[in-house]
Design a protein around this ligand. Structure first.
Ligand code: GLN
Length: 453
């Protein structure tokens, strides 16, 4: 089997199923085959960690000459002139980028229904959502179109779709992976991370993309371990904390049941399990929407019709051009966030909302730090329910926001978290187990996830 065969297999599968799943926004088979040829010629000499592996990339990660839209009309014709650091790292690891994956516009959403271009479907049941915002990234892996993909996670956007689609998705520690070339949503929360069918592949992919980057001042100068060596299967004596808030109200009984069963498995492997409390987690969603929308309102100011992408026609003057471009170019959810964010940052409201939210963020972070003084990992569900039906929550933003009650605190604290498949719901849809670790301790997260899976 040649590397070109792998690429063709991937494209063949895409041809078979993507008409229904609609995970991909941009494909370029010719380019992928040329790359396969290039890699074939270096076989046996200095092969990279992901040698010949087909990978899909979320469409908010800029890729040179490969259209990058963030699923927004305003970037509908944007062909970047440079690569995100992670795209360079994939190249250096000898992976092959197959195409760009659908998402909620600017990563705002939990169902991928906010994409300007297409509604991705959950391969397990085409009437249900794949989750979001990295819905294309999770669905493509679940449907067997690519074995690896990259997503981004600001409040749950890797873990929630991984959970809905029955795949493995990790949000690394804030600072673990460079954000250079990630189209910014909320810069203090955004992280790029790997989505795969199993924990071992996930560990390989993280190893390939992690590390300090001079182009991202928030990337951390912390050694990148060989995560694969953490996959020993041995979790004897490991201390697992289960927050009581994570199995409380708002979490469906079948989800709670699957977590209880997972805890039995971990106990059977020699881990000890205790109940703990993350008392400020209940403020997570409110805190997150103030902070992430505030940051988004600033980050999205650059889309003005002058510098990139879409430009409205028939503007009467410069201000009118900005207004028309943004009115026509952004979707409803993005506008909702910009309005909320500019409000929270405006003078007279800043102290009551933005500053207050920052203080609550610190309390949430301290809750985690306190638990991690005594425990190795925190375990709970990834989402309160399995995948919901397409259209079911789209007119109800607050219900949609509640999808992330269990993932958002992890972003606010900056710690790593993974979702691994944890059985099926009564309706036959995947459920996910979330394993959360200490800052920069992805190794232990992987060790537990691998022992469990
Ligand atoms: N669903 C959350 C939101 O809409 C999280 C999105 C994300 O992690 N990018 O903001």
């Amino acid at each position: 089997i040649t590397i070109a065969d792998l690429v063709r297999e991937s494209y063949k599968r895409i041809e078979e199923v993507d008409g229904k799943v609609q995970a991909f926004l941009t494909l370029d088979e010719e380019r992928a085959l040329a790359r396969a040829e290039e890699l074939q010629n270096k076989m046996g000499t200095d092969e990279g960690l992901l040698y010949g592996m087909p990978i899909g990339v979320k469409d908010n990660i800029v890729t040179k000459e490969l259209r990058t839209t963030a699923a927004s009309k305003i970037l509908g014709n944007f062909d970047p002139i440079y690569n995100a650091t992670v795209a360079d790292k994939l190249h250096a690891a000898d992976a092959i980028t197959i195409g760009k994956l659908n998402m909620d516009e600017f990563a705002m959403g939990s169902s991928t229904e906010n994409s300007h271009f297409a509604k991705t479907r959950n391969p397990w049941n085409l009437d249900t959502v794949p989750g979001g915002s990295s819905g294309g990234s999770a669905a493509a892996v679940a449907a067997g179109e690519v074995p690896f993909s990259l997503g981004s996670d600001t409040g749950g956007s890797i873990r929630q779709p991984a959970s809905f689609c029955g795949v493995v998705g990790l949000k690394p520690t804030y600072g673990r992976v460079s954000r250079f070339g990630l189209i910014a949503f909320a810069s203090s929360l955004d992280q790029i991370g790997p989505i795969t069918t199993n924990v071992e592949d996930n560990a390989y992919l993280l190893e390939a993309i992690a590390g300090l980057d001079p182009n991202d001042s928030t990337s951390a100068n912390v050694d990148v371990p060989k995560y694969r060596s953490a996959l020993t299967g041995d979790i004897k004596g490991l201390k697992v904390a289960v927050p009581k808030e994570y199995l409380g109200e708002g979490v469906s009984e079948e989800v709670r049941q699957s977590v209880r069963e997972a805890l039995k498995v971990l106990e059977g492997l020699g881990a000890t399990i205790d109940e703990v409390s993350l008392p400020h987690s209940k403020y997570g969603v409110a805190t997150y929407y103030l902070l992430s929308s505030s940051e988004a309102s600033a980050n999205l100011a650059r889309f003005d019709g002058i510098r990139y992408g879409y430009r409205a026609e028939n503007a009467e003057n410069l201000i009118d051009l900005y207004k028309k471009t943004r009115a026509e170019g952004f979707g409803d959810e993005v506008k909702r966030r910009i309005m909320l964010g500019t409000y929270a940052l405006s003078s007279g409201y800043y102290d009551a909302y933005y500053k207050k939210a920052q203080k609550v963020r610190t309390l949430i972070k301290q809750d985690f730090e306190k638990v991690f003084e005594d425990y190795d990992v925190i375990v709970g569900p990834t989402t309160p329910t399995p995948a919901f039906k397409i259209g079911e929550q789209i007119d109800d933003p607050l219900t949609m926001y509640a999808n992330d009650i269990l993932t958002i605190p992890v972003n606010l604290a900056g710690v790593p978290g993974i979702s691994v498949p944890a059985g099926l719901s009564e309706g036959g849809l995947p459920l996910g187990l979330q394993i959360i670790g200490k800052h920069f301790d992805e190794s232990t997260v992987y060790r537990v996830a691998h022992a469990y899976e």
